[in-house]
Each structure stands twice: as structure tokens, then as C-alpha cells.
Design a protein around this ligand. Sequence first.
Ligand code: GLU
Length: 528
Amino acid sequence: MALFENSSYFAYHPKYYTPTTDSHCTLNISPVLRYPYPMEIRNRYAPSPTGLQHIGGVRTALFNYLFAKSQGGSFILRIEDTDQTRSEPVFIQNLFDTFQWLGFHWDEGPDVGGSYAPYIQSERVVLYQKAAQELLDKDKAYHCFCSTGRLENLRKERESAHSSETGYDRFCRNISKDIAGSRVKNGEAYVIRLKIPLGQSTHFHDHLLGDIQWKNEDVNPDPVLLKSDGFPTYHLANVVDDHLMGVTHVLRAQEWLPSAPLHTIIYESFGWEPPKFCHLPMVMGNDGKKLSKRHGATSIDEFRRQGYLPEALLNYIALLGASYEEGRDVYTLEELAALFNIDKLNKAPAVFDYKKLDWFNGLYIRAKSNEELSELALPYCKGLIKENTALFIDAMALIRERVSLLSEIPSKIAYLFEDPPLPEPSEFFPRKASLAKTVELLELGRSLISIVCKKSDEEAEASFKEESAKAAASVGVKLGDLMMPLRVAITGARVSPPLLGSLRLLGEEKALARVKKCLSLLKAALCK
Ligand code: GLU
């Protein structure tokens, strides 16, 4: 804190060039055009640590990151923890874990530092107190001594009178500075409120939504800037930090749009140039309602647990409301950073399509080598195996085309590691076959096992095809019908990864033992 006490914190601002006073300069350019002038794109993700990181927040962070990177700018992480009652360290930890896992990072932030540290608002309180004092001095803010009891009564009175008025009634706005000063000296509790200029409108430009104008009377009436405990509200801290940190662009969720007129008024009250605003369209579920738990997973933790890959999730999130190249969906983070164009953002809300995300995930899973996939799958398969083995790695080849989530892997490969529970006899029946025919087909199937388990991969494939076709023809059934009892005996299910690969991974001995057990079961059923 002491760091800031004596610093003239408004003196240096990275957003501005010093205007040239070069007397040799003959061009008569109005200083307004050259100064202030943005030196570089600087943007930020400014989460409040009051919950887990979710799709919407990560989309905001990602778009800021991509925009900064596409422009050679800087992306900042700032933790907005001024609401001390709701902020929790576990959510800060979750923030770091999430982005570590996702694999993109900020250029400046609480963990990496930067020229504008600290990047956690609770460590910057003195700055906000100074800023509030500056507004008091400029007569743009005032002390308010209203008790919570008075404000509560006001709310109740309005409610019973069915009044449409909300917010503060500006009761203390006209208390003279002298009187307010002596009340403060006498130790009366107070907050500092913004003096919203009345009888005028506030204008700002949103990159997506265009020019926006709000009547000041429609802005939250004289909101609190500094609370009675000396902590700032979100509005004050957010504006002060964006200014001090040289933020040039604010890309944030559209739910913050109603705060933008208020923020603009705060910037104007200080005499600062506001950053450029771009409020991003909401992310919706397929029913057109804001994405929430009702639609499925929303926290990144949950997606991670379910076995989504960070690259797939990032790729999909990057498409939520932005376009890159015509007809192309799959991009690496580097490609996205090169192609991101703030002019290609959509105004319409983005719909989060879980099926499409699954498709992306399957795609990224299939792009992994068996070794890579086994490493990723291992934490999901702890019930089956303790450590990575050759069998586990080879098993990936059998299922890579058949899963879209890592969490689907253990149930798909369990039969390779432990005997599946014995299925009901009827499970073994191919179409229309009787129990007796099923026994005959399984016996025939058993004769193929030694053929495929003793040969090299290519030979096995060729002879399996040939021998199984011959066997099917010999008993007048289709190939699939011949294989069904064998498939069920080996994998425990009618739908399974490829049978040939399964037999080879399992090995002759185990495969024969499983068939033997199943044959006894079926024969016992036959005798009943
Ligand atoms: N702290 C706000 C949030 O939690 C930041 C809003 C903004 O980006 O200005 O989303």
C-alpha cells in the first residue's frame, strides 16, 4: 500500500504520447488529432472471484487475448475483488488453474507482475480513495450520510406507494461542502456518491452496437463510489484501474452494457478519455435463454472433468460470436490469434451447441497419438489401471474413433483389463438365430481365435477376413451374424470396438477362456 501513498498516480499514463513541440515541424496538425493517441492495444480480463470460471467469462478472456495478440498488444489479468463478502481465494485459485489448463496467459497480472502492479484490486484501495477524493475536490462527488435504515425505509415507502422510482433519492446531494466536512470530522459514517450531472445525456460508442445515448436521469441515481469501510464499489475501481493501467479497449459481456453510461460519466468527471467499448453478445442455450446449468455444464471445471480437451474447448469458444475464415471451423490458438478481427464479431447472441463441442472434441481426440491419448485418458481410467502400460496405449487405437470425451474411455476399454460380466444368453443371439444355432456359431467363431492371435498384424487381418467369410458361408449366415456371439463373449456387448483388434490385444489364452465360459453358459441354457 505504501507504494502508492506518495505516488502522483495520474501523472503518467501509458495511453498518451507526449505531444511534440518540435519547432521544425511545419505541418499544422491540430493537437487534438495527435494527442491523446493510443500507443498500443491494451485490454484486460477483469473477473470478480465470486464463482468458478465459466464459458462466458472464458469467452471474454479469450476474445481479449486474441484481440491483443492480433494487434501486437498486451492482455492483462486484473482481479476485481472489491466485493469482499463474495470474493473467495478458492475462486482465484480456480481462475489460475483454469487458464493454466486452457493454455493461454496474460502478459501482465497478479502472478507475472507488470508495470502497473498490483493487479488485485484489494491491494489498490489507496488509489481508489485518492480518486474519490479527487472527485470530491472537483465537486463531481459528495458525502452521503444516509443510514441503511433510511434507505430501507425509502425503499419500503416507494414499494407501498407503487412508485416506479428506484435507487438513491439524492438526499445528501446538496449538503454544503463545509457542513459535510465537519460531519466527516465528527466521525459520522459516510459513503461517497457520484454527482451525476442532471438535465443532460451521456453518449458513448460501442464497437458492435454503435452510438449509444442515455439520459442521465435514467442512469443509476448517484451511485456509491466509495463505501463506508473505505472500499470502492466495482464502478469506481473498474474505471480508475482501466485508466491507470492504460486500457485502450474494454471487451466485456453485454450484461455490462447498462454500466457503460455510468462509467462514461465517471471518466468525464475525472476528465479522462474513456477506453473503446465493445460489449460482446450473450452466450445462450439452444432455447434462447442465457446459458446456465439447465443447459448442461457451464463451468470449465465441469468440462474438464467430463474429458474435454482444452484445445477443443478453446477452439469452440473462439467461434461463439466471431468468424475467422469462410467455411473453416478448426483452428489452433496461434491461428486464432493471427486471424481474430474485432470487425468480424456478431451482434446476435451466440448459441452454445453441446453437440458441436462434442464433435470438436472427438476431432481433437483423434488427432492425438496413442501415447498422447493414453496419457490424457489415464486419470479417467484409475479404476482400471494404475499406470500407463503397452496394452493401455494399444487400446487407444481401438477406441479413438469411437469416443468424443475422455471420460467415455474407461467403459469402452474395460473388457481388455477385466472379464466383462457374463451376459444373458439372449444377448448372444444373432438375428433370428436359435440358442442351438448360437452355440454352433460361437464354436465356429472360437476356431478363428488361434488364427488371428498367432500372426502379424497384416497377415492376421487378411486371414481373419478370409477365414471368417469362409466360416460364415459354411453355415449359411451373414458375416455379422457369425461374429455376434464371439463379439459378445469377448467384449461383453453387442456393440464394441473392432473384434479383431480386441482379440489380438486380449491374446489367445484369455480370449479362449472367455469363449469357454460363455459356451458353458449357453449349453447349460440349452439343457434347461
Ligand atoms: N468484475 C467484472 C466482472 O466480474 C468486470 C466487468 C468488466 O469487464 O468491466 O465481470
